[in-house]
Design a protein around this ligand. Structure first.
Ligand code: AMP
Length: 222
């Protein structure tokens, strides 16, 4: 698996599959940065930057923001020193054009790209997203059905307030799943053809999903 080069791990899967949770766990194990375009865009929205103002309507309606905006964010972020050994992408690429852009971007460096697809049925995703509470500071996610006291409560990790994301509202969830099936899911076939796609069953506890991912990353995670 190219032990001397840089490793790019791409978390692929529908909204609510657990990409963020697993990316965080891998990040801790490998000490690679966890790069979530969704988190970066939400931060811009919160700070009301120019970028935040431009992406607000797209994000709140559950549609994708234009490729050039996320491509620019990723180009800048991957140039940071902490990405030198490797990085974990969560929520990017989300369309074939973004994957092609990323490929061209990392082609100059000695980067091995591995895609981990987390597979979960729509029915389970809808249930998960509608009961999801997210930390306003560290973005850790909790399920109000499984973790009592988390609805309107505080984050276990950093003690900050948990909120329901605007795009986790029922109508928006349906739109996000539609966008996933139409625009993002074709990436599975795209990466399968390149021989870079590995899938894990995401319909089980986070620790079990992580063990499966650790098996894929054998030698990298102890
Ligand atoms: P996420 O937190 O990954 O579910 O992303 C939340 C929202 O941010 C998405 O519904 C999109 O509006 C936007 N977004 C995040 N990543 C991307 C991307 N790679 N391409 C386009 N839009 C994105």
């Amino acid at each position: 698996m190219n032990p001397s080069g840089r490793l790019a791990i791409i978390m692929l899967g529908p909204p609510g599959a657990g990409k963020g949770t697993q990316a965080r766990m891998i990040s801790e194990a490998l000490k690679y940065p966890h790069i979530s375009t969704g988190d970066m865009l939400r931060e811009a929205l919160k700070r009301e930057t120019d970028l935040g103002k431009r992406v607000k309507l797209f994000m709140e309606s559950g549609t994708l923001v234009p490729d050039d905006l996320v491509n620019e964010l990723i180009t800048e972020r991957l140039g940071f020193e902490d990405c030198r050994r490797g990085f974990i992408l969560d929520g990017y690429p989300r369309a074939i054009a973004q994957a092609e852009f990323l490929h061209a971007l990392v082609a100059r460096d000695n980067t091995f790209v591995l895609i981990i697809g987390i597979e979960v049925d729509d029915k389970v995703l809808i249930e998960r997203l509608s009961s999801r509470w997210t930390c306003t500071k560290c973005s850790k996610m909790f399920n109000a059905h499984l973790d009592s006291g988390k609805a309107g409560g505080l984050c276990d990790e950093c003690g900050n307030a948990l909120v329901q994301r605007k795009d986790d509202e029922t109508g928006v969830i349906a739109e996000r799943l539609k966008v996933y099936h139409r625009t993002t899911k074709p990436l599975i076939q795209y990466y399968k053809e390149q021989g870079a796609y590995k899938s894990v069953d995401g319909d089980r506890p986070a620790d079990e999903v992580f063990n499966a991912i650790a098996g894929i990353l054998k030698g990298r995670i102890q």
